[in-house]
Write a protein that binds this ligand. Structure first.
Ligand code: AHR
Length: 504
């Protein structure tokens, strides 16, 4: 019997709801078709937003949404996306697949989407091809409530009241598509640009995010921290977060591999590569500790997820891919890793929300399906705003190739805002169930309920069969001598909700 230990008295940190954040870029069919169809569409919508997609997302609980990119952010000029739609500039999205960008989804539409979702806003500004003035005016347009040219323009365009911008990113992948800058040059530019990202509403200050490293470029982290970190006590500091991008690609950048056709070797390789996220957070965190021992600056993993070859027959620039139980496990592992690093990781945004990369929703015309990844996010929403508890599960290494071995099990545990203990556990084995005995310190276990996502490794939902992979109740956890005894099925993601009474 495998032992799971939960020390209910050891609370290790607060799990920011933003660890379960999302990302939506003007890329392929993410925004257009996937989320926004326009008010005149036959697809039922509210102010242009698809009702089916918005209601599914609300049920899953989206804490924060990042927009407009991605690489698109550093080519985006926000004034193209405001005012009467018929006057907005039309152009080709040259970066992503050559589709027509008619700018019908702009700042007002994004704010409306976030209002409908009830989520926080994360805007990524253009440092690569934009000016300080352009960025500064965008912030003024969105957040200034007094008399000013930009506030007047906003009112003229239909929004008298300013909006709240919770997070603002200054450039995206500035080492690559965002301008190919060196870390030293970027760091100085960051200091300058962020100066004009003004906090017009001191009650709700904008949290500023500097562009972080490409995967394992620790020197980038070191140089940006060295130049840009300034304690938030001093003039509010220069930065609240530093981003990190890491995608799980099973094969290599050129030949990424199919989303649905893979063997057991590739299954374990994909999961092994997912665990690299843990190392990246530890190592970038250690560099940040040199400057910021108190963890005032958060790691913002604002792009993560699987990246496969796109679905055959689709535009390669649209990055449209299917989503199987393998993606469910990748999501479960990453979300557990973020929880366990909640003292440093303050936000994470899966790429991307609809129809792009590891999407939670896929659409085809008026049809919509929920992917296995969607169900994992829904299960894990119990951790939002919770307190991380100290936990440990006994593991063994499994896999088919020495360099891609993974632990058979992976977990995180929290004390939820509902006063219950929430255990999320992944069984990475393709074919082995494990019997678990869970022990909770100084706690009387009163009741346990669960949900599980399980199927064979290739299982996925299609528009013809949208419910192949779905959540099921899990009623097989027994309470024996105050211990939880259950069998976690092979290839599954499990959530147990435990009602307890503290005994000491
Ligand atoms: O998510 C797709 C792209 O991946 C983003 O636009 C970019 O930031 C990253 O390289």
């Amino acid at each position: 019997m495998v032992k799971l230990f939960i020390n209910t008295n050891r609370k290790l940190g607060h799990i920011n709801p933003e660890l379960q954040g999302h990302f939506s870029e003007h890329l392929g069919r993410c925004i257009y078709e996937g989320i926004y169809v326009g008010e005149n569409s036959d697809i039922p919508n509210t102010k242009g937003m698809r009702n089916d997609v918005v209601s599914a997302l609300k049920e899953m609980k989206v804490p924060v949404l990042r927009w407009p990119g991605g690489c698109f952010a550093d080519e985006y000029h926000w004034k193209d996306g405001i005012g009467p739609k018929e006057n907005r500039k039309k152009m080709i999205n040259t970066h992503w697949g050559g589709g027509v960008e008619d700018n019908s989804f702009g700042t007002h539409e994004f704010m409306e989407l976030c209002r409908q979702l009830g989520c926080k806003t994360y805007i990524n500004g253009n440092l690569g091809s934009g000016t300080v003035q352009e960025m500064s005016e965008w912030v003024e347009y969105m957040t200034f409530g007094g008399i000013s040219p930009m506030a007047e323009l906003r009112e003229k365009n239909g929004s008298k009241e300013p909006w709240t911008v919770d997070y603002f990113g200054v450039g995206n992948e500035s080492w690559g598509c965002g301008g190919n800058l060196t870390p030293a040059y970027y760091a100085n530019e960051y200091r300058r640009y962020q100066t004009y990202v003004r906090n017009y509403n001191p009650e709700q200050p904008i949290r500023k995010i500097a562009c972080g490293a490409d995967v394992d470029n620790y020197s980038w982290t070191d140089q940006v921290m060295n130049t840009c970190f300034q304690s938030p006590e001093f003039l509010h500091g220069f930065m609240d977060g530093l981003s990190l991008h890491y995608y799980t690609c099973p094969e290599n950048a050129a030949e990424k591999g199919s989303a649905t056709e893979f063997d057991e070797k590739v299954w374990y390789k994909t999961l092994a590569k997912t665990f690299y996220m843990d190392k990246l957070i530890e190592r970038h965190g250690a560099v940040m500790d040199k400057y910021d021992r108190e963890h005032k600056v958060g790691i913002i993993v604002d792009e993560w997820g699987t990246w496969y070859s796109c679905e055959p027959g689709t535009n390669p620039g649209f990055l449209y891919q299917q989503n199987t139980m393998r993606d469910a496990l990748v999501a479960g592992i990453n979300l557990n890793i973020f929880n366990k690093h909640c003292d440093r990781v303050k936000m994470a945004n899966i790429a991307q929300m609809v129809n792009v990369l590891q999407a939670v929703i896929l659409t085809e015309g008026a049809k919509m399906l929920l992917t296995p990844t969607y169900h994992v996010f829904k299960m894990y929403s119990c951790h939002q705003d919770a307190k991380l508890l100290d936990s440990y599960v006994e593991t063994v290494a499994i896999g088919l190739e020495e360099e891609y071995m993974v632990p058979n099990l992976n977990e995180s545990v929290s004390l939820g805002t509902d006063g219950k203990i929430h255990i999320t556990m992944n069984n990475l084995s393709v074919d082995r169930d494990y019997e678990i005995e869970g022990q909770l310190t100084e706690t009387e276990v009163l009741e346990v309920k669960g949900t599980v996502l399980m199927n064979e490794m290739h299982a996925h939902n299609t528009f013809e069969q949208p419910e192949v992979v779905k959540l099921k109740e899990f009623n097989d956890c027994r309470i024996i001598d105050n211990r939880l005894v259950f069998t976690i099925p092979a290839c599954s993601v499990l959530h147990l909700e435990v009602t307890v009474r503290q005994t000491e």
